[in-house]
Design a binder for this molecule. Structure first.
Ligand code: ARG
Length: 282
């Protein structure tokens, strides 16, 4: 197979994605489970809804299919659909949250998937927060741990899906999920491409990333700390925070098309564009 250097590809092809999202109808910050959350500062619910609608419209405009799971009262973080499951070509893995506040979301997502032909959904024994910490990049399955998902869950996912998980250790509490530290830019096994902020990983994991993706785009702290890495890519368009300007430039140089969408209100819960979508791969 001929592979082109990811850094030099010029013609980027978009893939049509099937996404699951959850309207932030009950979104608020009433508890604090990551350093971004401040329960003392009230959120603007109308603004959160408007920003989310804009994100959905943008994704649809790019040609993606968006399904919506009904929001459940009392589960304010349910808007972060990435944490609802991992739906891979080989099967669906449900989630088990690290914090009891989010516990109720697991069944809401698992049931929706089963009712929509994406089951059976494996109910995990170990803590795993879905696509927040488990990312598919071509042939690779990357697993974050250190704050939420347990390393034992990586082994559990390997057994369920029958493919190896590469464990990566997160060390900075601001980047508590893998999808806050790394963007999957291209999921095509022929030319997988990622971007990541090295400072979010321990030394050994940086080494692993370097070996797996020698051509990866490395980003800086300024990008990471506006949650710039938390972006949705279809292989061509990258939906990201408008605050991540340097990242947008780097992506353009690499042949991608940055699509800025402001989600400042949802950032108060500690999530950006990628947190708001779950990719359905079957
Ligand atoms: N407040 C949520 C939490 O701390 C935010 C989740 C963000 N999701 C993500 N995929 N990074 O669990």
């Amino acid at each position: 197979m001929t592979t082109t250097s990811p850094a030099r590809r010029t013609e980027r092809l978009a893939r049509r994605l099937h996404l699951l999202m959850c309207r932030p109808e009950h979104f608020t910050v009433s508890y604090e489970i990551n350093p971004w959350m401040d329960a003392a500062t009230p959120v603007d619910p109308a603004r959160a809804l408007a920003q989310w609608e804009r994100l959905r419209a943008e994704l649809q405009r790019l040609g993606h299919e968006v399904d919506v799971v009904p929001a459940v009262p009392g589960l304010p973080d349910m808007v972060y659909a990435a944490n609802g499951a991992l739906v891979a070509a080989q099967g669906s893995v449900g989630v088990r949250f690290a914090h009891p506040e989010r516990g109720g979301e697991a069944e809401a997502y698992a049931r929706w998937l089963e009712e929509h032909g994406l089951g059976p959904v494996h109910r995990p024994a170990h803590v795993n927060e879905g696509e927040g910490d488990l990312l598919v990049v071509g042939e690779h399955l990357l697993g974050g741990y250190g704050f939420r998902t347990e390393p034992a869950a990586h082994r559990e996912v390997e057994e369920v899906l029958g493919r190896p998980v590469t464990s990566l250790r997160l060390v900075d509490p601001r980047f508590y999920h893998l999808d806050t530290a790394l963007t999957v830019l291209d999921d095509d096994p022929a030319h997988p491409d990622v971007a990541y902020f090295p400072g979010a990983f321990d030394e050994a994991s940086r080494q692993v990333l370097q070996e797996l993706f020698p051509q990866a785009l490395r980003t800086d702290e300024d990008t990471a700390r506006v949650l710039g890495m938390n972006a949705v890519s279809d292989g061509r368009h990258v939906v990201l925070s408008p605050r991540a300007q340097r990242y947008a430039q780097q992506l353009e140089q690499r042949g991608y098309v940055p699509v800025p969408v402001d989600l400042s209100e949802l950032l108060r819960g500690g999530g950006g564009a990628k947190c708001c979508v779950l990719v359905l791969r079957r």
